[in-house]
Design a protein around this ligand. Structure first.
Ligand SMILES: [Zn+2]
Length: 91
């Protein structure tokens, strides 16, 4: 499974997320599931990918998070206003 980082940025000061510096940009390390349709022919040496669907990136209170501004590291559950401010949050 591929792991990637997602940046969430908000232009509102009221959207402070970082519990240390109040920064509004955080980095969440999460992963997504990718579903592939593949074709295999007996004469071929590899599968041929004919379709792929990316799942949604989701996170919960235990997902690692970090602040690029002050280098704070913690979890999504440590963030200010995490439930209201973060699309994809799973209770
Ligand atoms: Zn910070």
């Amino acid at each position: 499974m591929h792991t990637s980082s997602i940046h969430l940025t908000s232009g509102h000061a009221a959207s402070a997320l970082c519990p240390v510096c109040g920064g509004s940009e955080i980095r969440i390390s999460t992963s997504i599931e990718v579903h592939y349709d593949v074709v295999f022919e007996a004469t071929a040496r590899d599968f041929l990918v004919v379709d792929e669907v990316l799942g949604d990136a989701m996170w919960d209170a235990d997902t690692p998070a970090a602040c690029p501004r002050c280098r704070w590291r913690g979890t999504v559950g440590d963030l200010r206003r995490s439930r209201e401010a973060l699309p994809g949050y799973v209770c």
